[in-house]
Every structure is written in structure tokens, then in C-alpha cells.
Design a protein around this ligand. Structure first.
Ligand SMILES: C[S@@+](CC[C@H](N)C(=O)[O-])C[C@H]1O[C@@H](n2cnc3c(N)ncnc32)[C@H](O)[C@@H]1O
Length: 261
């Protein structure tokens, strides 16, 4: 059953949303990482389409991740009462907001200006806002001294690709983590790549669903981000959509390393 809150028409799918002309939104630092040889096609390269989404429609990205909650046991697994936390690729703060009562100082690093703006306004509404700082920066060049943090974390942001972390990015995360501290890659894209670099792995069990605000929101956002699932989302008629149906690994796992003392 479809309720009256279903949108009149579906938005354009992510992989058709932007063109090469939109790459002009990237700063030179961003372009050197995301389109290193100067050419790219966001209709052929979905990673590039996501980068354009963050810059051209950051509110749309925030709507999507507001439906995508991290597994509660994964959040419980994070250390409590530490001095300093660095989060890289913080986005609009899905994880950052959870870190505020765990670290006395939380540095959220995020390259995309539009995402930083949304994160900054969310933080401004928190009672713990005095603990947080937001900074531009990239995995491979963190604006942070050596051995700075007890926890260095990235959520749904780090990948083995050079522009999105890679060897240099992992080395940077480890550089800014103090001996005995933890580097954590939450919802990792390539677990084996991290296991080969002495990371451990944990996954938390249980059925997980995306929890959209309404059925209409579920249909609209599935139409953009999971177009192959949209008919099934409609047929089920629920604002809750199991990750399995979307063909996505749920946000329930972490690869981590305790830095040697
Ligand atoms: C899928 S979003 C995740 C955002 C947020 N951590 C969350 O869980 O909602 C990926 C994030 O990685 C950031 N990112 C991409 N490449 C990056 C890089 N080279 N250095 C730092 N952050 C990067 C993007 O700007 C974006 O905020």
C-alpha cells in the first residue's frame, strides 16, 4: 500500500545526477585526489558522483544517512572517557555526534565544505559543543601532530584507493594515534586489505534496516540511491527497508588496530 506521502515523481538516480561539467565544484586540493589526471565522468564513476553529491547537494546526503543508523553495539564498542578523538571524513556527523560524550576533545576533519557546514550547525545545537572542533583536511595530510589522539576513527569514509585514504591515509591515521591508542575503520569497504595490514575485525549480529522517516521518503531516496530496489520498497509499503533488500552490507562492522606502545 502506498500512502499519500509518496512523492509525485522520483528524483534522478545518483549515477545520472551530475556531469563532467560539475567537476568544477572541486577545489584544486580535492581535484588532485579525486580526478588526479584531470578527467573524470561521474556517470561512469560512482565514487566521483558521491563526491559531487557531498558538494552540490549536501542536504540530500544528510537525509540519506539520517535513515542509516550505526549498529548500537558498534557504538558501545568505542572507547569511553578518552582525552582526544580524531575523526576523518566526518561528513554531517553521523558518528561525530556519538563521539562527543566519549572524548574530552573531538576533532572532526571533513574536506567537503557543505558537509562541514551541516555538521557545524548540528554541533552548535549540542550541549557538548565545547568539546568539538571541525576542520578541513584529507586522510593523506591530516592537520594533526604525531601521537595526538587516543582514538583515530573513520566511518564509511576510508577506502584503499589513494584519493580516499589508501596506504598514505592509513599511515597518517596511525601517525596521529598515540601508542596504546586505537585506529578504527568503521563500516570498512575492503576488510581483507586492512587484515593484511595487521588490523583486527569485529562485526555485530542482528537484522538491520534503513529507517526512513516515511514510506514516501523511503521510495524517494531508494529511487535516487538504490534504484534497483525501488519497486520492492513500494511493494512492501514500509518505511523500514532491510539492508539485505538493498544489497548493502549493514553498518555493523569495524576493522581496528591498537597502536604498539
Ligand atoms: C559516505 S561519507 C561518510 C561521512 C560520515 N563519516 C558518515 O558516516 O556519515 C564519506 C566521507 O568521506 C569524506 N572523504 C572522501 N575522501 C576523503 C579524503 N581523501 N580525506 C578525508 N575525507 C574524505 C567525504 O567528504 C565524506 O564526508
Amino acid at each position: 500500500m502506498i500512502t499519500s506521502d509518496e512523492p509525485a515523481e522520483l528524483g534522478r538516480e545518483l549515477h545520472k545526477r551530475y556531469t563532467a561539467a560539475d567537476l568544477s565544484v572541486l577545489t584544486s586540493e580535492e581535484a588532485s585526489r579525486f580526478v588526479p589526471d584531470g578527467v573524470g565522468d561521474p556517470q561512469a564513476d560512482v565514487t566521483l558522483a558521491w563526491e559531487l553529491l557531498y558538494r552540490l547537494e549536501p542536504e540530500l546526503y544528510d537525509r540519506l544517512i539520517s535513515s542509516e543508523h550505526l549498529h548500537p553495539q558498534l557504538i558501545d564498542w568505542l572507547p569511553r572517557s578518552v582525552d582526544r578523538i580524531v575523526e576523518v571524513g566526518a561528513g554531517t556527523g553521523r558518528l561525530t555526534m556519538e563521539l562527543l560524550d566519549r572524548g574530552r576533545e573531538v576533532l572532526a576533519i571533513e574536506p567537503a565544505a557543505g558537509l562541514r557546514r551541516i555538521l557545524t550547525s548540528k554541533l552548535a545545537r549540542s550541549d557538548l559543543r565545547h568539546r568539538a572542533r571541525v576542520s578541513p583536511g584529507f586522510f593523506d595530510d591530516l592537520p594533526v601532530p604525531d601521537d595526538f589522539a587516543d582514538l583515530v576513527v573513520a566511518c564509511s569514509a576510508f577506502t584503499p584507493a589513494a584519493g580516499h585514504g589508501g596506504e598514505d591515509g592509513l599511515a597518517e591515521m596511525e601517525r596521529v594515534c598515540r601508542p596504546g591508542g586505537r585506529v578504527a575503520i568503521i563500516w570498512p569497504k575492503d576488510v581483507d586489505w586492512l587484515l593484511h595490514r595487521d588490523y583486527q575485525y569485529r562485526s555485530f549480529a542482528g537484522q538491520m534496516s534503513m529507517e526512513f522517516g516515511s514510506l514516501g521518503e523511503a521510495i524517494e531516496l531508494a529511487g535516487i540511491f538504490y534504484p534497483r530496489a525501488v519497486d520492492e520498497v513500494r511493494r512492501r509499503g514500509s518505511r523500514r527497508v532491510p539492508y539485505q533488500l538493498l544489497g548493502v552490507n549493514p553498518p555493523r562492522d569495524v576493522a581496528f588496530k591498537v597502536m604498539p606502545g
